[in-house]
Ligand binder design. Structure first.
Ligand SMILES: [Zn+2]
Length: 78
């Protein structure tokens, strides 16, 4: 399994899972640190990737991987 877990630092000051798209006050989806996220989810902190959000230009982030790239799983970034 090469796929890392992606979380992001929110403007609310907490970390959320990358796919999280809900209320920042949702305690189940907010973490004070990547380490806490790892701990809560029984993950290795080294597998957590903190990504910046830069999609504030109204871009719809559909979750479909339908582009015709080759099937590398989680291979972005080294
Ligand atoms: Zn938030």
């Amino acid at each position: 399994m090469a796929t890392g877990t992606v979380i992001y630092k929110c403007s609310c000051g907490a970390y959320h899972p990358w796919k999280f798209d809900g209320d920042c006050r949702d305690k189940d989806n907010r973490y004070s640190s990547p380490e806490e996220y790892a701990e809560e989810n029984n993950l290795d902190p080294d597998d957590i990737e903190v990504r910046a959000i830069d999609a504030e230009d109204g871009e719809v982030d559909d979750d479909e991987d339908d582009d015709d790239d080759d099937d590398d799983e989680g291979g972005e970034g080294d």
